[in-house]
Design a protein around this ligand. Structure first.
Ligand code: G3H
Length: 528
């Protein structure tokens, strides 16, 4: 590791003490307890975590203040934001994204330091999020255009649109602290909801350069930003029963605990992206080079810290030896380095205890009969544990059941395709699968089954969320409701409409409202 070789642009030249939080349109100064933010990346030759700065540790009083501000801005659907013209809400979003784009460098730098994501992927996360916002604006315009009309049935006119739900609590994950958080926040906002958002445990400072843009782009109380612990802030908010939507990307345990504290079960809508254990199934006739390449990307991009990562590989027993040889050689050839190092696919793990956790999975599997197949597997440094290829894995091992979310690759072999299918059916998860093969007579019926076990079947490629216009969801403990640019607009809104019997009395009223543009809801204007 070249500790000296941190490019100037990425060096930590000052500590970043975030002392404000956003409530009711005001960046409030915090003088209470704070929490230091460290990176697991060292800036000195002798290993030591790097201090990056600090964030406020807000208390439940601030959470309640944020709730009051968000509720006031929503004002039971009478607030400025939920009743605003679509064009005006879009203008606020455009103002925000224009300012956001000027912060790219700073956000990318802190993505690397805070969560260890490599430079290319950090830049991609930023750019993908900006694209997501523009795509959301376009889709919202389309939604609005589709709704700019009257339907008539059985003598009744209906003007149908989608309306907001109320106050949304947004909680994002540490692995995509910008992208996934915004993939919840942006559609929630544009549909007219007001929001309270708390960054994940890691990847917090990178969001702070955007606070002023949030403050000056949206009416007061529409976006409220809190810093601190989930247990201190999110649970008391849910207990009030005044949160209308829980939007969370993270673990089902946290989602379930939060839902359970909400006293009004039918008021609460949930939009959840949760954990997964996506398998790859490699059939005997698969193009082995392609399968190996995709399984490397699928298991080890961002060290496997993706909900869509391939977390278990099923290899047909007739090709196992050939697969193993190529796969292990390629795993061991991967470069470990700091996020800005050229070609570093493997980068420091941001969670201090992750190497020990992965070690625990390896030790447990070894004690139950697995071996590490690759020579470099399990090599430790202060902030990393080199990916281990574990084989043979069986159901008694923790690595079979747990979502490892890190660099360890369990492999099973199969002779009968029914085995992986049964395992998938039995699993608590059901997000995606990758299937590698060529023979259509085998693939076609297999695909017909797989689509009923998960929500995306990737043919000859690794699993992934993108392109973001495609539906991203899962069965069982993997998700609740669907996210994509378009589906998210639906998830954060509800169909609501005005109905009027077709008679001269009503027609006159509707005509006048339309001609004089008196209502923001009843409108046949086209947004181009
Ligand atoms: O952590 C889960 C992410 O949604 C995965 O997204 O497939 O684009 O890495 P990705």
């Amino acid at each position: 590791m070249n500790f000296q070789n941190i490019p100037e642009a990425f060096q930590i030249d000052h500590l970043f003490h975030q002392s404000t939080y956003l409530i009711g349109g005001e960046l409030k100064q915090w003088s209470g307890a704070t929490s230091e933010v460290y990176s697991t990346i060292s800036s000195t030759e002798a290993y030591a975590p790097t201090l990056l700065g600090s964030i406020p540790l807000l208390e439940k009083e601030q959470a309640f203040e944020a709730l009051e501000a968000a509720s006031e801005a929503y004002n039971n659907g009478q607030g400025l934001w939920p009743t605003m013209k679509v064009a005006d809400r879009i203008a606020c979003m455009e103002k925000f994204v224009e300012q956001m784009k000027t912060k790219r460098e700073q956000v990318v730098k802190y993505l690397m330091w805070e969560i260890g994501k490599n430079l290319k992927d950090s830049q991609k996360e930023f750019d993908r999020t900006v694209d997501y916002i523009y795509d959301t604006i376009d889709d919202y315009k389309q939604l609005d255009r589709n709704a700019a009309k009257f339907h008539k049935n059985s003598g009744v006119y209906a003007h149908i649109r989608r309306g907001p739900l109320g106050v949304v609590l947004c909680l994002g994950p540490y692995n995509y602290p910008l992208n996934e958080t915004f993939a919840l926040l942006i559609p929630a906002l544009i549909m007219g909801n007001t929001t309270i958002f708390k960054p994940a445990k890691l990847g917090v400072l990178l969001l702070t350069p955007l606070m002023e843009a949030f403050q000056n782009s949206f009416p007061k109380g529409v976006v409220n930003i809190l810093f601190g612990r989930g247990r201190t802030l999110a649970s008391p908010l849910m207990e009030t029963g005044k949160i209308d939507v829980l939007a969370l990307i993270g673990h089902s345990n946290s989602a379930n605990a939060l839902q359970n504290t909400h006293p009004k079960k039918n008021r609460l809508r949930i939009v959840l992206g949760l954990e997964a254990k996506n398998p790859a199934i490699v059939l005997p006739d698969a193009d082995l080079d392609l399968a190996v390449q995709e399984c490397i990307a699928g298991t080890l991009s961002f060290n496997g810290q993706r909900c869509t990562a391939l977390k278990i590989l099923y290899i047909h027993e007739t090709i196992f030896e050939a697969f193993k040889e190529k796969f292990c050689a390629q795993v061991d050839a991967l470069k470990f380095g700091n996020p800005w190092d050229d070609g570093a696919m493997l980068t420091p793990l941001p969670e201090v205890n992750k190497p020990d956790y992965i070690q625990g999975l390896i030790d447990d599997a070894k004690a139950k009969g697995a071996k590490i197949l690759n020579p470099k597997g399990g090599e430790r440094t202060e902030n990393y544990i080199f990916p281990s290829v574990l084989y043979p894995v069986n159901k008694t091992m923790n690595v079979y059941h747990e979502e490892q979310f890190g660099p360890v690759i369990p492999i099973m072999t199969f002779s009968d395709i029914q085995q992986p299918l049964d395992d998938m059916a039995e699993s608590n998860y059901g997000q995606q699968v990758s299937v590698f093969g060529k023979n259509t007579k085998t693939l076609a019926p297999l695909i017909d089954t797989l689509v009923n076990l998960v929500c995306r079947v990737n043919l000859n490629s690794s699993c992934q969320r993108g392109p973001d216009v495609f539906p991203f969801t899962g069965r069982k403990d993997s998700a609740f409701s669907t996210l994509s640019v378009r589906d998210a607009l639906r998830s954060f809104s509800i169909r609501t409409f005005v109905a009027a019997k077709d008679n001269p009395y009503n027609s006159e009223i509707l005509k006048e409202m339309l001609e004089e543009k008196q209502s923001n809801f009843i409108s046949t204007d086209y947004l181009l």
